[in-house]
Every structure is written in C-alpha cells, then in structure tokens.
Design a protein around this ligand. Structure first.
Ligand code: 4NP
Length: 147
C-alpha cells in the first residue's frame, strides 16, 4: 500500500485538512500529516479550520499534530509539502541515501496558478484554503492513477 505524508508548519491547519480531504477521496492510500515545527504537537486541528471543513462534510477532529522527523523519509513513499519553507525544512532533514520524493501540493490544483498553499492561520481564509486543497487532492489522485 502506498503511504503519503502531508506536511505544513504547525500541522493544525493545512496538512491535517489535506489529509482529511485525501483520505476520503482516496481511501486505498494510507495518509498521515506532520508539521515542521513543534508549536502545536498533540493538539487537534485549529478550530476555525475544523469548522470550515465540517461545513463541507470533511471530518478532521480525530487528528493530532506531530512534528516531522527524519524517520518519515523511511516510513512514507511520498512527502507532500504546502509551501517552499516547509520544503526547505523537510529537505534539511533528508538522511543520506533517502530518495523519497518531496513535492509541492498547490501546483497539482488545476486552474489555481499557485505553487504554495497560503497559511490560513495568518490569512484567515479557511474556505479558500480548502478550495485549493480539494483541487490539489483531485490532482494528486489523478497523478497516482486513481481518478
Ligand atoms: P499550518 O498553520 O502550518 O497550516 O498548520 C499554522 C498554524 C500555526 C502556526 C503557524 C502556521 N503557528 O505559528 O502557531
């Protein structure tokens, strides 16, 4: 079975939402999410994000934040990051010899024309973030051949 890890900074907004969206769209793939920081370890997804997700039937209250570790390169087949800062933080931990691909999520969202998923913790646009994540999840599913 394929294993995909979604990564953002806090693991309370973007990456848990990506995970929650993708696990419904593509249950054949095992998913998890993590943050490059330890700011919110152990916490459930941010309340405003949970509420915005619940409005469109996306459940994520079971998820808990954890920090990304070097071991994740071993444990996952693909690491999907929300922005370039996350990408740099993840790549900085890549063990010698690990060839797990790390890719940006937003370019997979057809028609959005962005490389990064803006952080809704700062922008407060939780609904816009979910629009982008849902489109990117569709793109990822297509790329994996499960369309
Ligand atoms: P996320 O959003 O990376 O999408 O989970 C953030 C949540 C919290 C913080 C930063 C980003 N923070 O600095 O506390």
């Amino acid at each position: 079975m394929q294993k995909i890890l979604f990564v953002c900074l806090g693991n309370i907004c973007r990456s848990p939402a990506a995970e929650a969206i993708f696990r419904v769209q593509y249950p054949e793939v095992e998913t998890d999410s993590a943050g490059t920081s330890d700011y919110h370890v152990g916490e459930p997804p941010y309340g405003a994000m949970q509420q915005a997700a619940a409005k469109r039937g996306i459940a994520m209250s079971d998820l808990r934040a954890r920090q990304f570790t070097r071991r994740d390169f071993q444990d996952f087949d693909l690491i999907v990051v929300m922005d370039r800062a996350n990408q740099r933080a993840v790549e900085a931990l890549r063990p010698a010899g690990a060839n797990t691909p790390v890719m940006l999520f937003a370019p997979l969202a057809a028609g959005f024309g962005t490389d990064e998923v803006p952080d809704p913790y700062y922008s407060r646009d939780f609904s816009g973030c979910l629009d982008l994540l849902e489109a990117a999840a569709e793109g990822l599913k297509r790329q994996l051949g499960g369309a």
